[in-house]
Write a protein that binds this ligand. Structure first.
Ligand SMILES: *Cc1c(COP(=O)(O)O)cnc(C)c1O
Length: 573
């Protein structure tokens, strides 16, 4: 197989940050992401380009995507490969590097894709690929499935990302990289490779053999979830047998359970800046990992990506520079109310047209419509709003209908998550004639963009304190869609009751206070019935005020321009 020879990238300038991420969501046509983590990575890289931050990104090719969700009439989920054509988006580089796994040489190459901004900035993204003839059949699959396979496969994937990714950057010619940013612990093996590069063979004492300080100065780590399952840890012996004992430049002393090799501790111990993704998440993370100084730069959404066409046209008319300077969205107060409402109705029509196309169902443009879309899993509590179906049925009447649009994939191994989808399908049959429920198959960026802009209310009911940040509500607020959410993650920072939206459940000071399903549902119903439905149907003027506040107070802050500027100022320089 011959590779097209293409020119090497311009690597003369110093790189402020090399951003390592297992998944990235740049466009709906490149399904190299599973969910929020990947979408955030895509939004961050787009913002690096917008702001001309000298950056590169390293990720996996994920040639067969995460998976395509197929649902039958009962809501049983099956998974299919999501094959996409990489040639349409990227070019192969001639560079090849070798990562030694289980003593075998595994060849890694990269495909180069440029993220280009209207500002003129651009950022290369390197998609790592092991599907080359030199490799064994098994090794050729290491970059095909995102979050697939067993622990051995995962360790090897993470070695490709961290070690292979770093070797490739060096091979391409990047010499002066000031920071290595690990978006989650998946990429933390890059620390081992960085340490190896500082090795003094003569030195017998391991503590002096490597330049730990120098490596730490360059590493930045963002942790994304309080859930244990989100923190990769592997059997230490297995990691050693895959990477080779020589790849262990330090005793695993700082890790509480020595038999487990924790990617999180590896990153925590060797990063000069550790970040949680919201204020509350910083508190939770500090309790989970005492002794580490955790910062918090709250996540954001890339404004230009997540503003729907009708709102884009409206902002262009009244706030000309908004996409380059989303802080200026606070000037939305100057836009006439009727134009806000017209833009919203257009976005709602666009969503309803998509739903018609996908499901054949017709929705009522005048009916209060709520959206809920996220990974289908226990702690997200997708069924909370259906806890008392009788009550819900009573709330809705002919003039005050409710429409609920849900979407989301369950991880193939998440049995509980799959059961939740089936439960939702059963619930649908018990809903009265004035409630319409639709579950959209195969949630991804395309559906997300229509959904977060086309509903009236964006619902989020996670079990506290597990929602580290959440970003879909930020996307919704960019479109004047009103958030109705549990006080967890970013919403603790974004909500002002009845000004920017509504909260669900108590405001609790203690981060380890678990939510009570019954009380949360009760609060949800009370507010929905007595405040939200009432205001939506009877006081449109006030409703539009809330839409405006949602944009002015939240979209102007919870965007990746603010987030990246904070990373540059606080973590990178
Ligand atoms: C924004 C987004 C997410 C993350 O949403 P959360 O609110 O963090 O759950 C997941 N999937 C897609 C497709 C998204 O666009």
């Amino acid at each position: 197989m011959s590779l097209a020879v293409i020119s090497l990238p311009d690597v003369d300038e110093d790189i402020v940050v090399a951003y390592f991420t297992m998944e990235i969501g740049l466009t709906e046509n490149m399904p190299t992401y599973a969910g929020g983590l990947g979408i955030l990575a895509g939004d961050v890289v787009k913002t690096f380009a917008d702001l001309k931050v000298p950056a590169v990104a390293v990720t996996m090719l994920n040639e067969k995507g995460y998976f395509r969700q197929v649902l039958d009439d009962e809501g049983n989920q099956t998974e299919e490969n999501e094959i996409w054509d990489k040639n349409k988006f990227m070019k192969p580089l001639p560079n090849k590097v070798v990562v030694t796994l289980e003593g075998r040489s595994v060849v890694v190459r990269a495909w180069e894709h440029y993220v280009e901004s209207p500002s003129g900035g651009s950022v290369p993204v390197y998609f790592l690929d092991t599907d080359v003839p030199e490799n064994t059949e098994y090794d050729r699959t290491l970059t095909s499935h995102l979050y697939g396979g067993d622990s051995r496969y995962r360790i090897m994937q993470e070695a490709i990302l961290g070690i292979g990714g770093l070797k490739l950057l060096v091979d391409i010619g990047y010499e002066n990289i000031e920071n290595y940013h690990m978006n989650e612990g998946h990429a933390a093996f890059l620390i081992l490779e960085l340490l190896n590069r500082t090795k003094n063979e003569e030195e017998k004492n391991y503590k002096k053999r490597y330049d730990f300080d120098k490596v730490k100065e360059k590493c930045v780590f963002t942790t994304h979830t309080p859930l244990p399952a989100g923190h990769d840890s592997f059997d230490t012996e297995m990691v050693k047998s895959i990477l080779g004992a020589d790849y262990f430049p330090f005793d695993n002393v700082d890790i509480p359970d020595n038999r487990k090799f924790s990617m999180t501790y590896l990153a925590l111990n060797h990063s000069h800046y550790i970040n949680g993704v919201a204020k509350r998440h910083k508190d939770i993370t500090s309790r989970m990992f005492p002794g580490y100084r955790i910062h918090s730069i709250t996540n954001g959404a890339h404004s230009a990506t997540w503003v729907s066409e009708p709102f884009r046209d409206l902002y262009n008319k009244y706030i000309p520079n908004w996409s380059h300077d989303p802080f200026s969205l606070r000037y939305v107060f100057g836009i006439p109310k009727n134009e806000i409402w017209e833009a919203h109705i257009k976005a709602k029509e666009n969503l309803f047209n998509l739903i018609k196309e996908l499901t054949g169902e017709t929705l009522d443009i005048n009916a209060l419509t709520m959206g809920f879309a996220r990974r289908m899993t226990g702690y997200k509590r997708p069924t909370l709003i259906f806890r008392d179906i009788e009550r819900l049925n009573k709330m809705a009447a002919s003039g005050v209908k409710l429409q609920l649009i849900f979407a989301g994939k369950a991880h193939p191994k998440d049995i509980e998550g799959k059961e939740i989808i089936k439960e939702l399908f059963r619930i649908k049959k018990r809903l009265g004639e004035n409630i319409k429920f639709i579950f959209l198959e195969n949630y991804g960026m395309k559906i997300a963009k229509q959904l977060i802009s086309g509903v009236d209310i964006w619902l989020n009911t996670p079990q506290r304190p597990f929602e580290a940040s959440g970003t879909s509500g930020m996307k919704a607020s960019h479109n004047g869609v009103v958030n109705f959410s549990v006080l967890d993650g970013w919403w603790i920072e974004g909500y002002i009751e009845k000004v920017t939206g509504w909260s669900i459940g108590p405001k609790v000071a203690s981060p380890d206070h678990l939510a009570d399903d019954r009380k949360d549902a009760e609060d949800l119903y009370n507010k929905l019935e007595k405040e939200i439905m009432l205001m939506f149907y009877r006081d449109r003027e006030r409703w539009i005020e809330i839409m405006k506040h949602s944009i002015a107070i939240n979209a102007s802050f919870f965007n990746t321009h603010r987030m990246v500027q904070q990373y540059v100022m606080n973590a990178y320089i």
